[in-house]
Design a protein around this ligand. Structure first.
Ligand SMILES: [Cu+2]
Length: 170
């Protein structure tokens, strides 16, 4: 009897030990699983080259009017502005719309594109603002965390009329 009890205990210990060992497998697979989400969270970080966090305006906000002047020209006023990184540009629809603000993705340097995109809300296509039709509609772009450079933009409906502007970040 004693022997069989001991055997039973020993068996129980072995089973427990096995159970623990088996328990380790789920643990390691859990560890593997938990490293997978870790890798998954690392990926957006790596993709950070493509997806940046919007950077708020920390400096001044410069206003640019979008209009059709007395001569019938469609233009941004002023067409060329110089700002500091951290400033913002607020585009105001005045007349002659629809107007928008569009950067040619091919002309925006790789090191600036993701941040610019993050700083442009409600894009209708890559680096293009929505259309503004009504007077006093506005669209504001933060140049927070934007690298120095001259960024050329245009109005999609009036590009052929030469409605273009530049924003130079110092
Ligand atoms: Cu326009």
């Amino acid at each position: 009897m004693k022997v069989s009890i001991l055997t039973a205990l020993a068996t129980a210990v072995i089973v427990l030990a096995c159970g623990e060992k088996k328990g380790e497998n789920p643990d390691t697979s859990l560890a593997a699983n938990s490293s997978t989400p870790a890798a998954a969270t690392a990926q957006p970080a790596l993709g950070g080259a493509e997806t940046e966090t919007p950077a708020p305006i920390t400096g001044q906000t410069i206003e640019v009017k979008m209009l059709q002047d007395a001569q019938g020209n469609f233009r941004y006023d002023p067409a060329d502005v110089t700002i500091k990184s951290g400033d913002g540009v607020k585009f105001i629809m005045v007349s002659g719309g629809s107007h928008n603000v569009a950067f040619d993705p091919a002309q925006i340097p790789a090191n600036a594109k993701a941040q610019l995109s993050a700083n442009m809300p409600q894009q209708v296509s890559e680096l293009s603002s929505p259309m503004m039709m009504n007077p006093n509609e506005t669209y504001t772009i933060s140049f927070g965390k934007m690298p120095p450079g001259t960024y050329v933009y245009h109005c999609t409906p009036h590009l052929s009329f030469g409605m273009k502007g530049t924003i130079t970040v110092q």
